[in-house]
Design a protein around this ligand. Structure first.
Ligand code: 5AD
Ligand code: FES
Length: 445
């Protein structure tokens, strides 16, 4: 295969016949050439070469097994995540000056810190995985990409998650809250632009009582009965979720953030609990919502073991939607100095999630588009099938800053649906005007 000399970011190369498929420098994406061809076999068997090949074969077998059975053991998921290369050096864990984080588990001395995962620059088998994920996705959803109009209704939040730019302790955050009329007019505008799902996302803002939300949901449904309403408003009571569902909300997004209880506590203050997050997800399912969970890739302290648990959780919970994106530090949070998650590992995990639960609605997230200008295209090429452009009023767009440099204008906006469609067409997909419900094939239903 001839490779055009266009390096998109370290380890990513654009090829002529596979527009943005990424691969490690100098490695054949079909996996026909052995990796590390520089090894010399002068004195009989090179042990390092053998070990690498054994590991690579192991990973290939795991990919085959996952594609055939949609299930791996925790240990197998861990090996698949670590991949054939070396594990990266331990990250330096120290959470600065935030009082609440003294004695924080991430402040352990370096030698006690858990082993972290490699950056993913060396993921030779990503294309093998992506090819399988894309084939599975095409079988179910063809070449279509679903869109959702994202309305960020408030950046006021009673929570204080250590990673989040709109956490309540951030005094530099310029707070806003949309009125009912503003939200409804965003939906009306979105409808004209071709959106058939509206996602109302916001911090946990006490202003949005059930009464207020019910009015908004009913009004959107009255104006646009052919549309789906998705809520992403955090943790609420069973009664509240039920009332909102009865008012017409179809779907609910609530990322679990990490399936490891101890890790969860290191990302959140003591007032927040893993058990409550899990309670919410189970109740949402029970009530009849299409439910979305998800996590950040490369969140501080995340290990391959944690990610393996996330994958096992997804395998068992079978979410209708799953939002994953790289962690990106925000300058006004305790995690300001933590390294961001990588594009490569996020795409690798998107492919794995597609294979675990083929019908899942999997967005190529804004965070992915933020860490790389072609991040969302690469996400789609790894197996994602949803994009969620911003439909919020232009005046508030730069205020919903969950992380630094979040993209929110230009082609990211819902008004540029045409540009997004061209981007998708450039890689062989097309945006559709459709509610984009999950396809029920086999599984839990
Ligand atoms: N980087 C990436 N994603 C973030 N989120 C919050 N803060 C960040 C960050 N710094 C994600 C969380 C949350 C969702 C709304 O946004 O996963 O659930
Ligand atoms: Fe928890 Fe924003 S404060 S995700």
């Amino acid at each position: 295969m001839k490779t055009e000399d266009v390096s998109l970011s370290s380890g990513i190369t654009k090829t002529e016949n596979l527009p943005f498929v990424w691969m490690s420098q100098g490695h054949c994406p079909r996996g026909s050439k052995p990796r590390n061809t520089h090894y010399k076999m002068e004195k009989g068997i090179d042990k390092e070469y053998m070990a690498d090949n054994l590991k690579e074969n192991d990973i290939k077998l795991l990919i085959e097994k996952l594609a055939a059975t949609h299930s791996l053991s925790l240990e197998e998921y861990r090996r698949l995540i670590e991949g054939p290369g070396k594990v990266q050096d331990r990250e330096k864990f120290s959470v600065p000056e935030d009082n609440k984080t003294k004695n924080h588990p991430l402040s352990r001395p370096d030698d006690e810190a858990p082993r972290t995962i490699k950056t993913g620059k060396d993921r030779e088998l990503s294309p093998v995985l992506a090819e399988k994920a894309v084939a599975v996705r095409k079988e179910i959803y063809g070449d279509t990409v679903f869109t959702r109009g994202l309305i960020e209704i408030s950046n006021i939040c009673k929570n204080d998650c250590y990673y989040c730019g709109i956490r309540k302790s951030n005094r530099n955050c310029d707070r806003y809250r949309l009125t009912e009329e503003q939200i409804i007019s965003c939906a009306d505008e979105g409808y004209e632009l071709g959106f058939r799902t509206f996602v109302l996302q916001g911090g946990e803002d006490p202003y949005y009582t059930d009464e207020v939300l019910i009015r908004i949901i009913k009004s959107i449904k009255d104006h646009h009965p052919d549309c789906a309403v998705t809520l992403s408003m955090g943790e609420r009571s069973y009664e509240s979720y039920k009332a909102l569902h009865e008012a017409g909300a179809d779907r609910y997004l609530l990322r679990h953030e990490t399936a490891d209880k101890e890790h969860y506590q290191t990302l959140h203050p003591a007032e927040m609990s893993f058990d409550n997050r899990m309670r919410c997800l189970k109740e949402l399912r029970e009530i009849g919502y299409q439910v979305g969970c998800g996590f950040m890739v490369g969140s501080p302290g995340q290990t391959a073991e944690h990610l393996a648990k996330d994958l096992k959780f997804i395998e068992e919970f079978k979410p209708d939607m799953c939002g994953i994106g790289p962690f990106i530090p925000h300058k006004d949070t305790p995690f300001r100095d933590k390294p961001a998650g990588t594009l490569e590992l996020t795409c690798y995990l998107l492919s794995i999630i597609r294979l675990i639960h083929p019908p899942v609605l999997l967005p190529a997230t804004t965070a992915l588009g933020t860490i790389h200008p072609l991040g969302r295209e690469m996400g789609i090429q790894a197996g994602a099938n949803v994009v969620m452009p911003n439909l919020s009023p232009v005046t508030v767009r730069n205020k919903y800053m969950l992380y630094d440099n979040k993209i929110c204008t230009g082609e990211e906006s819902a008004q540029c649906r045409g540009c997004l469609d061209s981007r998708m067409r450039s890689i062989g997909y097309r945006l559709v005007t459709d509610r984009g419900d999950v396809k029920n094939i086999g599984g839990k239903e």
